[in-house]
Design a protein around this ligand. Structure first.
Ligand code: UDP
Length: 239
């Protein structure tokens, strides 16, 4: 029997780094397949799922800017990287028989559909997993901001941010053994304490639209479904 979900529609943010597994670069298909399995599980619970994918495993705009190149071009490269990841995740989902659609913030009709709120809602209501590619479509933003933006646009009841660690800590738990995990925080506290969980623009947008953010470990198999079933395993940021 399926656990009963506490959400009808959620937005999952998966960083590009999560997709590269142990490789240090690019896409580890085994990891993409596992992530697709986690999404399939949530989809099977009757929950509508939107996914924003990052691109950091392939390219970040700052890499160009830090070597004297043009930041905007760098960010264009980063946004294209998110499209590659979106296609990889869609491929993994289709292997599992999960119907999905990639919607890109940057039009490339030969490859995928262009994003519009209407298209996104249309597919979600028909039970398709919607993968949002291309970030916000603008340089100087991140895919975290894209997650908050798309979350607001589709009326997601929660943004689930999958990270390398299982929640928000008082300090980086990989560097500081005294770091403690928060169970709950408000958006305001995240901003005031300068907790590096999502960038400021993303947290501010989520706060303005009263969307809770749940931070959890993307590497824990089945964690996505458990959170959607109301079992909190991470940190929840809400008003
Ligand atoms: N990017 C951008 N605008 C956006 C989203 C992303 O310019 O709205 C670019 C930016 O260069 C960023 C890269 O795409 O570094 C990859 O996205 P991000 O760093 O958010 O990926 P993640 O850290 O989640 O893997």
């Amino acid at each position: 029997t399926q656990p009963t979900p506490v959400y009808k529609r959620v937005l999952l943010k998966a960083s590009g780094e999560a997709l590269m597994g142990e490789q240090g670069f690019g896409i580890d298909v085994t990891v993409a397949d596992r992530m697709a399995g986690d999404i399939a599980e949530v989809r099977a619970m009757g929950v509508q799922v939107g996914v924003v994918v990052g691109g950091g495993n392939i390219f970040r705009g700052v890499a160009v800017a830090s070597k004297g190149g043009d930041r905007v071009t760098g960010d264009h490269m980063g946004m294209l990287a998110t499209v590659i990841n979106a296609l990889a995740l869609a491929t993994s989902l289709r292997k599992l028989g999960v119907d999905c659609e990639v919607l890109s913030a940057i039009s490339m009709p030969e490859i995928c559909q262009s994003f519009s709120q209407r298209a996104a809602l249309h597919h979600l209501e028909r039970g398709k997993v919607v993968i949002f590619a291309g970030g916000t479509g603008n340089p100087f933003f991140t895919t975290d901001s894209a997650a908050a933006l798309r979350g607001a646009e589709i009326g997601a009841q929660a943004i689930l941010k999958g990270t390398q660690v299982d929640g928000i800590y008082s300090a980086d738990p990989k560097k500081d053994p005294t770091a403690t995990r928060f169970d709950t925080l408000t958006h305001e506290e995240v901003l005031q304490k300068g907790l590096a969980v999502m960038d400021v623009a993303a947290v501010a947008l989520a706060r303005e639209n009263s969307i809770p953010i749940i931070v959890f470990s993307i590497h824990e198999k089945g964690a996505f479904a458990k959170i959607v079933a109301g079992e909190v395993r991470g940190t929840i940021v809400k008003d």
